[in-house]
Design a protein around this ligand. Structure first.
Ligand SMILES: Cc1ncc(COP(=O)(O)O)c(C=O)c1O
Length: 397
């Protein structure tokens, strides 16, 4: 296997979406990744927030190996013991009690959309099926989740999308209030918008949405696919505001690197009954064994606390860089979900510069550098990253 042979296979046999960098990683351990040519990198992206425990966490690896050799899949026609354990574990981490398991974030959101529509129809008839979502949101690429994604650049080629979504400005509770009426069955937002540039809403935003949902008998649905499971310094993004949602979706780091998604509901949103919804692979033995081990490791190893503390340290260091480099317009985020906005369209160049210095991050467009390290990152790792970024910011363009 060489880079040339991989590029040849990519160009010949793989549908060219998404766009990819010509880089192939072949091994990972903790914060480290190695590429096909043997070069080592420090990972501040964690597979876009999937490898929250770092790469190949030994407890997750052991659980997968053991479960793979015991029983991988039987279908949801039967009780799946690791799924029962996972549902109980998840209930212990948040204010919602019941879970439906899927395989990805988009699929978790599909479940949420169906829950919203069924809730609305039950409570207000056919007219109560409208869902309010936010401009610049990201909820996934399947057609339902895409219909909820307020970004025409992802939607327009695939229209007509499923109807019934109203988009309002993010982080603006008054805009939701103006769009609200009795035809709304749910409000769906991310606690922090990730894919559109780490947009943090003002304090109290979710609390206001909670009140509006209560007033109009609508569900508050939070997409915590990216913000969930310790990423923002609390178990869930909603815990910053203390506004408890009716529905919450998870995926990304839930399986410690293994694909699994979930939609969680409280009693009010527990509307699906046998036959309403299903997923062949969703919550099978193997995926749930991985997720049980991941949740256990997050709790036992204090990763949520580490995310809060090291995240605050990183934010402070980035603010130090902003004071030194005029091209930094804004530094923002919570926990280990961080963004640095630049005013000179240099985000892609900075990302390439970091890569040349052995660090993996992510550029969103030309304006924002996104930083999502494993929750195990320490201050020395952050210092190394900050010093590499300082170097990139000082380099002539
Ligand atoms: C907030 C949010 N929701 C949903 C998704 C879609 O998840 P998936 O790619 O697993 O379908 C993403 C992916 O980036 C996301 O960030």
């Amino acid at each position: 296997m060489t880079m040339d042979s991989l590029l040849q296979q990519l160009q010949t046999y793989v549908i060219p979406t998404p766009g990819r960098a010509p880089i192939a990683f072949v091994r990972g351990e903790g914060m480290k990744l190695w590429d096909v040519e043997g070069r080592c990198y420090t990972d501040f992206l964690a597979g876009i927030a999937v490898c929250g425990l770092g790469h190949c966490h030994p407890k997750v690896v052991e659980a997968i190996q053991k479960q793979a050799a015991t029983l991988m899949h039987t279908s949801n026609l039967y009780i799946i013991p690791p799924q029962m354990e996972l549902a109980e574990r998840l209930a212990g981490t948040c204010d919602l009690k019941r879970s439906f398991f899927a395989n990805s974030g988009a699929e978790a959101n599909e479940a949420a959309i169906k829950i919203a529509r069924k809730y609305g129809r039950t409570h207000g008839g056919e007219s109560k099926t409208r869902i309010i979502a936010a401009h610049n949101s990201f909820h996934g690429r399947t057609t339902g989740a895409l219909a909820a994604t307020g970004q025409p650049k992802y939607q327009s080629a695939f229209e007509p999308l499923i109807p019934g979504f109203t988009f309002v400005d993010y982080a603006d509770a008054a805009a939701v209030a103006r769009a609200m009426d009795d035809t709304v069955c749910a409000v769906l937002v991310e606690p922090i918008q990730g894919e559109s540039g780490v947009r943090v809403p003002p304090d109290g935003y979710l609390t206001e949405l909670r009140k509006l949902c209560d007033r109009y008998d609508a569900l508050l649905m939070l997409d915590e696919v990216q913000t969930g499971l310790g990423r923002t310094g609390y178990w869930y993004g909603y815990m910053h505001d203390g506004a408890i949602p009716d529905v919450m979706t998870l995926a990304k780091s839930l399986g410690g690197g293994f694909p699994i998604g979930a939609a969680l509901v409280n009693d009010r949103a527990n509307v699906l009954v046998a036959g309403d919804h299903a997923s062949t692979f969703g919550g099978n033995h193997l995926a749930c064994a991985a997720a049980n081990a991941a949740l256990q490791a997050i709790a036992e190893e204090g990763m949520v606390e580490n995310s809060r503390q090291v995240g605050a340290y990183a934010l402070e260091q980035f603010r130090g860089l902003a004071a030194k480099h005029g091209q930094i317009r804004d530094v923002r985020g919570r926990g280990l979900m961080l963004g640095i906005e630049v005013s000179d369209e240099s985000a892609q160049d900075l990302n390439k510069g970091l890569f040349a210095r052995g660090y993996i991050a992510n550029a969103i467009g030309t304006a924002v550098l996104r930083i999502l390290p494993p929750l195990t990152v320490n201050r020395e790792d952050v210092d190394g990253f900050v010093s590499a970024l300082d170097d990139c910011l000082s380099a002539p363009r």
